[in-house]
Design a protein. Structure first.
Length: 155
């Protein structure tokens, strides 16, 4: 079975679909003497700077997107900007200084994963660690989670 995972992040009411990587995703967890299994999803993510609203659809073509491994922080790849590009309702005008004058723009990360045949009928967890704030998670086109705190585990 093939599943499509899309991580989205949303800053304020104006910017939608922002995801900053730093995720360690796993399906279940394997401990000594436990029947659990861990599958790392750190490699082979597709990354798109900017909005891509249709990217939550499983059949979306992300073949032209850049391939990255997570953790990945695209914000540090951008230019320093003395003035913010985006305004966020309720935020002070100089909010961008809190981010070292680095631009915070919407972005999307996508990954396809194949589940082993033995996974059918079992309880599976999709877990993200270290994602920056205001993230949204989609699986096969369906939103399955949101996390508004920064760098907090999300399941």
């Amino acid at each position: 079975m093939t599943c499509h995972v899309t991580r989205l992040q949303h800053f304020g009411a104006i910017c939608s679909l922002l995801v900053l990587a730093n995720a360690i995703a796993s399906i279940a967890a394997r401990a000594e003497g436990s029947p659990r299994t861990i599958q790392s999803l750190d490699n082979d993510w597709r990354f798109h700077p900017g909005e891509a609203v249709d990217a939550v659809a499983p059949g979306y073509d992300d073949g032209a997107w850049r391939q990255v491994d997570v953790p990945h922080d695209y914000v540090v790849e951008g230019p320093f900007e003395p003035e913010p590009r985006f305004e966020y309702p309720g935020m002070p005008k100089d909010w961008h200084v809190l981010h070292g004058f680095l631009s915070l723009q919407p972005a999307v990360y996508r990954r396809t994963l194949d589940l082993p045949a033995g996974a059918e009928g079992k309880r599976l967890w999709l877990e993200f660690d270290g994602v920056f704030s205001n993230s949204r998670y989609w699986l096969n086109g369906r939103e399955v989670g949101r996390q508004y705190s920064g760098y907090t585990r999300s399941r």
